[in-house]
Design a protein around this ligand. Structure first.
Ligand SMILES: NC(=O)C1=CN([C@@H]2O[C@H](COP(=O)(O)OP(=O)(O)OC[C@H]3O[C@@H](n4cnc5c(N)ncnc54)[C@H](O)[C@@H]3O)[C@@H](O)[C@H]2O)[C@@H](O)CC1
Ligand SMILES: Nc1ncnc2c1ncn2[C@@H]1O[C@H](COP(=O)(O)OP(=O)(O)O)[C@@H](O)[C@H]1O
Ligand SMILES: [K+]
Length: 524
């Protein structure tokens, strides 16, 4: 598990640790770790530290101090180090160390800074760290812009300046780094977009903070965590024990969403998928996924038609649309369902079942219009994208995208459900737990229908016995991994190509296989 913290949590832990150590020890540990990473990177891009050009953007706080002390270490190894002093004051000890090691420093002047930054092999962003708040003030904003034009690498100290360490929010200009060297522990903003995207690859330097850290504010599953949580097929398994997921999705207008959701469930390892819808989507689902057992809903009646065998059954006149579906352990409600009266009646019936229900897409619109549907005792997992959450919370979409952590938490609290907010960083909130941020995925997943696949994956995991919190986090992880695998390839495996949603479902077993292999090893 990767764990992350707010700035306040980090500060409190740092204070407690600092009280046990001689003054300056922590900064010296941080600077040593930072310099070691920079030396490795410089050796990669320049061939050696000696003779390389390093430019430090130094702000007025301890973040600038870290950068200056690290610069001193690099200068002692023969790098040409210049510091642009951007703050109203400068960390005295750090500056003295840099000058003593043969480095240079000068106050900010735009033309000079632009030349230095452009020609650098490595730009060290020490403008602000966990002490930053709000949009970068000048001249920091200008320097963040100049850093974008360097031909060298940009390395952020602790967090990219302009990224809110505690939330990942970016209020104005922000540094975009290839590497962020962070101290003691991850900060939330390194896992959650838009901040995460500015951080690049994150390297954690151990400064001894571990024993002083509280429970995390945010966490991210690793591949090993997912393997440990995933339901396993054992010798005693049968399709019912592995988990039967019911999917109520699709309409005559939207047949594809149903096919994709069922595909996600089938390929993610459901013991059985029971699919309930009107005749047209059932036809498409049966054609693509003969594994699914289907029930056709008619106006006020339904007929069950298991694709492997079984006879169609007529209605007995009861108005329970699920009467003939058979037992399920969890439901997926909503992809392509429509929002008409019949969809509403089906949603009411599904949400009245005493099993976990995942609500997605049109199901979320129905719930937004009729909150009473969410008054239930069994667990509920809502999987909105920012637009859908905007309707549920009455908050503009842009605000949700800018502040994912705040809004996913608020949604879980207000709606009394587990909430998975989709997007460039998918985040999952459940009251009383750290928010989980997903670290897999690729922007190529931003294509119609991939969310439907996700609903099927999570539904299969719910039916397999995972809690909403674990099912959501594992599903997001596997979905991102499968998307990455489907889009990836080429001679070094780093090529990327557009993908269709169905490719994600099809890539699932290979992705799960590779994950399991990596986690338990080939001998198990
Ligand atoms: N406290 C500790 O023991 C340690 C702290 N470390 C470093 O110290 C950093 C925190 O240092 P500080 O508390 O001095 O804070 P920072 O250096 O992160 O920032 C504070 C300074 O930035 C200015 N500032 C804040 N927001 C700004 C904005 N939007 N635009 C322009 N200026 C802004 C403030 O006026 C203040 O001068 C960490 O991120 C880390 O790099 C490390 O050395 C590890 C140990
Ligand atoms: N920029 C992005 N980077 C990574 N993943 C993304 C990005 N944009 C969207 N996604 C993922 O793609 C999926 C899209 O789902 P959704 O918005 O419901 O689309 P649809 O309704 O068409 O299926 C989600 O899993 C989401 O997290
Ligand atoms: K920084």
């Amino acid at each position: 598990m990767r764990t992350a913290y707010t700035s306040d949590q980090i500060r409190t832990a740092e204070r407690a640790l600092m009280a046990t150590l001689p003054e300056g020890t922590l900064m010296s540990r941080a600077a040593a770790g930072l310099a070691a990473v920079c030396a490795r990177l410089l050796t990669g891009v320049h061939g050696s530290v000696y003779g390389s050009r390093v430019v430090i953007l130094a702000g007025s706080g301890d973040n600038g101090g870290d950068a200056l002390y690290a610069g001193a270490r690099l200068a002692r190894r023969g790098a040409g180090v210049s510091a642009v002093l951007a703050g109203s004051r400068t960390h005295e000890g750090g500056l003295a160390a840099l000058l003593a090691a043969g480095g240079r420093a000068g106050a900010f002047a735009e033309d000079r800074a632009a030349d230095l930054v452009r020609e650098a092999d490595l730009v060290l962003d020490g403008l602000v760290g966990i002490g930053g708040s709000g949009a970068l003030r000048e001249p920091y904003g200008t320097l963040a812009g100049l850093a974008a034009d360097t031909r060298g690498l940009v390395v952020a100290v602790d967090v990219p300046s302009g990224v809110d360490a505690g939330t990942g929010e970016v209020a104005g200009a922000a540094v975009r780094a290839q590497v962020t060297v962070t101290f003691g522990a991850y900060k939330n903003g390194l896992l959650i977009d838009p901040g995460a995207e500015r951080a690049g690859a994150v390297e954690l330097v151990d400064i001894g903070l571990g024993p002083y850290l509280p429970g995390p504010d945010v966490e991210a599953l690793t591949g090993d965590d997912v393997v440990r949580l995933l339901p396993q097929a054992g010798v005693e398994s049968d399709k019912y024990r592995r988990g039967v997921v019911g999917i109520a999705a699709g309409s005559d207008r939207y047949t594809g969403a149903a096919v994709l959701s069922v595909g996600g469930a089938v390929r993610a390892g459901a013991g059985m998928v029971r699919f309930v819808s009107s005749a047209e989507p059932v036809r498409y689902v049966r054609a693509r996924w003969p594994e699914a057992v289907t029930t056709v809903l008619r106006d006020g009646a339904e007929s069950s038609d298991a694709s492997q065998a079984s006879q169609a059954q007529g209605s007995d006149g009861s108005d329970d649309p699920l009467r003939e579906v058979g037992r399920v352990q969890a439901w997926v409600l909503g992809p392509g369902l429509g929002t008409d009266a019949r969809a509403h009646a089906l949603a009411r019936a599904v949400l009245a079942e005493d099993v976990p229900v995942l609500v997605d897409a049109d199901g979320l619109s129905l719930v937004a219009g009729d909150r009473a549907l969410l008054r239930r005792t069994a667990p509920t997992l809502l999987t909105p994208h920012a637009g859908e959450l905007s309707r549920l919370l009455g908050v503009p979409r842009a605000e949700i995208e800018a502040g994912r952590l705040e809004h996913v938490r608020r949604a879980a609290a207000e709606l009394g459900a587990t909430v998975l907010l989709k997007g460039s960083t998918t985040v999952i909130a459940e009251n009383g737990h750290p928010v989980r941020a997903n670290t897999t995925g690729t922007p190529w997943l931003a294509t119609g229908g991939t969310g439907d696949v996700l609903s099927g994956i999570a539904g299969a995991l719910l039916a397999g016995g995972l809690s909403c919190y674990d099912a959501a986090a594992c599903a997001a992880y596997l979905h991102g991994l499968a998307g990455r695998d489907a889009a990836g390839g080429g001679p070094d495996g780093r090529g990327r190509a557009p993908i269709a949603a169905l490719d994600v479902a099809l890539a699932l077993p290979a992705a799960i296989r590779a994950l399991t292999w990596a986690s338990i090893g080939p001998g198990q």
